[in-house]
Design a protein around this ligand. Structure first.
Ligand SMILES: [Zn+2]
Ligand SMILES: [Zn+2]
Length: 209
């Protein structure tokens, strides 16, 4: 877990981020903050038409940047456990898979999550937490952690949503689950900002010393 790496940043390629969140501005801001790694993870759908332009812009700016820049996408987890992302991009780019819809039933949610964890195209499970209508038993969290380890996925600690829950993180740390940070920035001043998840970060750091 490295505070100078931000693995979840949006850009002006979606329609709900601030107009200052251009790829160029994000890279400049990351440099100003002495970040060493930034991952662009724009919201994608199988129907997205801007992907080529987005990747081209990241590639152009990456060539002259002094920091490591990762091109990727945040893909929605669908009820059947697939992700809403064209296969080619899922297979060849960094993929954060996240729930963006309430499924209201724990069995549907768990089944979808287990399939996503087993999907070789997925790199990271984004802002993971139970839905408001259900909780997971301790044994269910342990089982998830074991599956995440088995399939070598990373669990994101998301600054925007303050997730996952602390007791999940404790279990994941005990099981050796890899975790990293994502600001989920939708405006420029949110890039690399993890001050509101220092409590969650300390759970990871404390237990690794
Ligand atoms: Zn998200
Ligand atoms: Zn996001």
């Amino acid at each position: 877990m490295n505070l100078s790496e931000d693995y979840h940043v949006h850009s002006t390629f979606n329609d709900h981020s601030a107009s200052d969140l251009t790829i160029e501005n994000v890279v400049k801001q990351a440099g100003n903050l002495n970040l060493v790694t930034i991952a662009f993870t724009e919201h994608v759908r199988t129907s997205s038409t801007w992907i080529g332009e987005y990747l081209q812009e990241i590639a152009t700016i990456s060539k002259k940047a002094a920091i490591r820049i990762i091109a990727g996408f945040e893909a929605k987890i669908l009820a059947d456990g697939s992700i809403d992302c064209p296969d080619f991009y899922a297979e060849n780019y960094f993929i954060v898979a996240s729930f963006h819809t309430l499924y209201h039933k724990k069995d549907i949610w768990l089944n979808a999550l287990e399939k996503v964890i087993q999907n070789p195209s997925v790199d990271v499970i984004g802002h993971i937490a139970p839905e408001p209508s259900f909780q997971l038993e301790a044994a269910e969290v342990e089982k998830l952690g074991a599956l995440i380890c088995e399939h070598d996925k990373v669990v994101e600690i998301n600054a925007k949503y303050h997730r996952p829950p602390a007791h999940w993180i404790k279990t994941f740390v005990q099981e050796g689950v890899k975790m990293h940070l994502g600001s989920d920035a939708h405006r420029l001043n949110e890039v690399g900002m993890f001050s509101n998840v220092m409590d969650l970060i300390s759970l990871v750091k404390k237990r690794r010393i």
